[in-house]
Design a protein around this ligand. Structure first.
Ligand code: FEO
Length: 392
């Protein structure tokens, strides 16, 4: 493999992993992923920015086969998909030093057992000259771990953003196209970044003063339209949610399904966008993406023994972990002889700072009177959504 030039002295060493199907044993990867390292060559020094997942180290080394000297390995983030091959890079280039912040150094020593004398520590805002190429290090905690930082290459206006602005998308295209990258970026944001929305808002403000021509993330293609990328992140992380309801449901004998269908019909008749997800077999990423901009979440669940269906419990727990912008929540469902489905769901979502709208739990097969309660819930949601933008 040959390094791919992005701009003067800056090269992409992208390691595509087309057939990886899951990340963290949790996140589905419908379009694979990539681990992106970059090479920055100054007049005097050469820096490698991040490495690759050790499972694909041989691809990284195929890019480096002509590279006689690496002076610095900049480590933005200690998670192993980017740092895992650093021990092998150090073995190949024993004179190289790992440049990172003190917390990342601690994590790298913990997770990879790197010796302390291999590091150069940098402060927030500190610079390192490679000779005509100036790396400026910016701390960006919580995109994705507390030690994460990014690098701004001043002369080329290139932001090496690590996980920030990434996408799980294996592709041979160097640069992203909006139509190609929007959904993978939204999926990535939803699964990885959404829990840190308040940090993202601050980081976007911190980056606003930088003139950025390229955003080179650690996953997916390079972005050469930085404004578009920053704007969609602002929409997802900062703006108000949309006139949209996520209805995540499961039904055992059809009663909950009747309630869900009635609710969806009434909402759609009133012009509300609805994302309907059957939890029987579901893609966590689809739920996460819907949570990015849905103003309301309704869980549809039958009662199993004394509580909600376990798959509804999982979906509620997932929503709680991801901390979306949700404004309203409710529950609809059916029971045979009682139970605490609503109370259990409500107790699972303390991180959602949402108003709970009156649930509709009915005994057995819904009657016309039960369906009228669903109509009232739909009408309340429509009322609460007044002023929210339409959107999908
Ligand atoms: Fe792509 Fe948080 O590592």
């Amino acid at each position: 493999m040959k390094p791919v030039k992005i701009t003067e002295g800056v090269y992409s060493l992208r390691v595509n992993h087309f057939n990886r199907h899951q990340f963290d044993s949790l996140i589905p990867l419908p379009e694979g992923t990539s681990y992106n390292a970059y090479l920055v060559k100054g007049a005097e020094k050469t820096a490698l920015l991040d490495s690759a997942d050790p499972e694909k180290a041989e691809v990284l080394f195929s890019y480096l086969k002509e590279e006689k000297k690496i002076d610095y390995i900049v480590s933005h983030h200690a998670e192993q998909d980017h740092s895992g091959s650093i021990p092998q890079v150090l073995a190949r280039y024993p004179q190289a030093k790992v440049v990172t912040n003190p917390k990342c150094k601690e994590f790298l020593m913990t997770h990879l057992h790197l010796p302390a004398d291999k590091f150069i520590e940098v402060k927030d805002g500190e610079t390192l000259s490679l000779g005509g190429k100036t790396l400026e290090f910016l701390y960006m905690p919580w995109v994705h771990w507390p030690e994460t930082m990014v690098t701004y290459l001043r002369e080329e206006k290139c932001l090496f953003s690590c996980d920030f602005f990434g996408s799980h998308l294996a592709t041979g295209e160097l640069f992203s196209e909006a139509h190609q990258v929007y959904v993978p970026m939204k999926r990535y944001y939803a699964e990885i970044m959404m829990p840190f929305r308040s940090n993202i808002k601050n980081h976007l403000e911190k980056l606003a003063k930088y003139d950025i021509s390229f955003i080179a993330p650690s996953h997916g293609p390079v972005h050469n339209d930085a404004k578009f990328i920053m704007d969609i992140y602002k929409d997802w992380a900062v703006s108000e949610p949309h006139n949209k309801v996520l209805v995540a449901y499961i039904s055992m004998h059809g009663s909950t399904y009747l309630l869900v269908n009635r609710l969806i019909s009434r909402l759609q008749e009133a012009g509300v966008c609805v994302e309907k997800i059957n939890l029987d077999q579901f893609d966590e990423g689809r739920v996460a993406m819907a949570l990015v901009d849905a103003a309301t979440v309704v869980i549809g669940t039958p009662t199993v023994l004394t509580g909600p269906h376990p798959k509804a419990v999982y979906a509620a727990h997932l929503a709680n972990l991801l901390r979306p912008k949700t404004k309203f929540v409710s529950v609809v469902g059916s029971f045979g002889w009682g139970g605490r489905a609503v109370e259990t769901i409500a107790g699972l979502i303390p991180n959602l700072k949402a108003e709970v709208l009156k649930p509709v739990m009915v005994k057995g097969l819904p009657t016309e009177a039960d369906l009228k309660q669903v109509d009232e819930l739909a009408a309340l949601i429509v009322e609460k959504h007044k002023g929210f933008r339409s959107g999908s």
